[in-house]
Design a protein around this ligand. Structure first.
Ligand SMILES: [Zn+2]
Length: 464
């Protein structure tokens, strides 16, 4: 531990160093401006550069302040034995203020062979790595900019720190892996205990769950589906222009996005519903298109839910059947479709089926509609949904597919590796769910990769 005199001395030395440096900077900048009048933009850029360097110096000076001036000769090791002081070694860490280097004491335990740098643990750094602050920024931009290269360019512009696109990719993948591991662990714990994951909030009386999938191009695997889930509540309002109608808007959305099979996805969505406070007593509504996996998961995990097939998807089947029966240009097409959309809207699915049946030989447009309306008849009770004030469209999750997946993972020419695509999708889901701070708190301390390097270097010396 540092004694009081040493701490005071160090404080005084730091204040003096920074004061002198600030005075020098002010003098240099003042002379620079006086030598030639410069526009604001130039002065602004120069001050930002100078403050960045000053910040880097200050941060470097702050790093060793809480460490002993003279290393202790030995420390307790995690194995229960004693680790001996070996030497001081420098370590460099890249931060939002640029690269900073610090000298820290290294200890070695002869009993278990471990090397340790107590200052690294105190600072939560790994030699040669990134600070947690910079890692956060890289992951945030890696998931939200159009590419990792563009994210690196933005970091350089904002922080004056040069980062390669691969570091942005790695930071995004690391946080994505932490979040995916967390989601997996929540499910595993619940499955092991036979319990429900804890609720973060009390659910309102009615909660919606909506699921959909969007494909993305993956190396060596072609097009793979990223499944997206949305848990939300709604707010009903009466528009001033058309007071006879109700507008039902989604709010408090939280999202799940995973490049995984339906079974795994179902458990994670169930865990998210539990986190949102959903219980057996919640008035739960599941909305989706006709994909079988959606309704299988709804039956397995949310048996109490009201199941609703998205109105827009259902109506598309009517239009397609009308085109198949009468042809795109026929005058009969639109009136027929309108009549059966009205039937569908008023819950007369049996009449729609009866009207389609004679046209079965016309082709797929009709047989697909027959199959769809037969399979989902019980999910198309639109009058009763309207009477309960329920939303009947899956626009919320479709918009989530676009925003979480398509807007980043489906840009022109993009082909992804599975871990990258998974990471970007999950990071975007947490971000859009307003869970970024929570995500940051889940990060473990940086991996102590320096230990392996130290061990390797020292082992070489020892062998030599
Ligand atoms: Zn040990």
């Amino acid at each position: 531990m540092t004694n009081r005199t040493t701490a005071t001395d160090r404080n005084a030395a730091l204040v003096q160093q920074m004061t002198e440096q600030m005075a020098t900077l002010a003098r240099t900048l003042s002379a620079w401006v006086q030598a030639e009048p410069r526009p604001l933009q130039e002065r602004e850029a120069q001050v930002v550069r100078v403050l960045h360097d000053l910040g880097s110096t200050l941060l470097t000076a702050l790093l060793p302040l809480a460490a002993p001036v003279r290393p202790e000769p030995d420390l307790p090791c995690g194995c229960g034995q004693i680790a001996r002081y070996v030497r001081v070694r420098p370590a460099t860490v890249t931060t939002v203020l640029g690269r900073v280097t610090l000298n820290r004491a290294i200890y070695h335990c002869h009993c278990c062979g471990a090397y340790a740098a107590p200052l690294d643990q105190q600072l939560q750094i790994a030699a040669g790595g990134l600070s947690l602050g910079l890692q956060e920024l890289l992951a945030l931009l890696g998931a939200t900019q159009d590419s990792f290269a563009q994210a690196a360019a933005v970091v350089e512009r904002l922080c004056l720190v040069q980062i390669c696109p691969n570091s942005v990719r790695a930071a995004t993948e690391d946080i994505g892996a932490v979040l995916t591991d967390h989601e997996r662990a929540v499910v595993t714990t619940a499955q092991t205990d036979g319990s429900s994951p804890p609720a973060a909030v009390a659910a309102p009386p009615r909660v919606y769950l909506s699921m959909d999938g969007v494909v993305t191009h993956v190396h060596d695997a072609g097009w793979k589906e990223i499944k997206v889930g949305c848990v939300y509540t709604t707010r009903t309002r009466i528009p001033r222009q058309r007071p006879e109608t109700l507008v039902i808007q989604a709010e408090q959305q939280s999202y799940l996005a995973a490049l995984t099979d339906a079974e795994t996805f179902g458990w994670r969505l169930w865990a998210e519903a539990c986190r949102r406070g959903v219980t057996d007593q919640t008035d739960l509504v599941v909305i989706g298109d006709g994909a079988h996996w959606i309704w299988n998961l709804a039956a397995e995990h949310f048996p109490q839910a009201t199941q609703i097939v998205d109105w827009y998807h259902a109506s598309q089947y009517v239009w397609r059947a009308a085109s198949t029966i009468f042809g795109e240009t026929s005058d009969l097409r639109v009136p027929w479709a309108r009549q059966h959309l009205d039937n569908l809207w008023d819950g007369r699915v049996a009449e729609v089926l009866a009207a389609l049946e004679p046209y079965r030989p016309k082709g797929e447009g009709v047989t697909d509609a027959l199959s769809y309306f037969t399979t989902h008849q019980a999910r198309m009770d639109y009058p009763s949904y309207r009477a309960r004030g329920l939303q009947v469209g899956s626009g919320t999750v479709e918009s989530a597919c676009k925003q979480l997946v398509s807007a980043r993972l489906k840009l022109a020419g993009m082909i992804w590796n599975v871990p990258e695509a998974e990471a970007v999708a999950v990071v975007r889901a947490w971000l859009k769910s307003g869970r970024w701070d929570e995500a940051m708190r889940l990060r473990p301390p940086p991996q102590r990769t320096y230990q392996r390097q130290t061990v390797a270097a020292d082992a070489t010396v020892a062998v030599a």
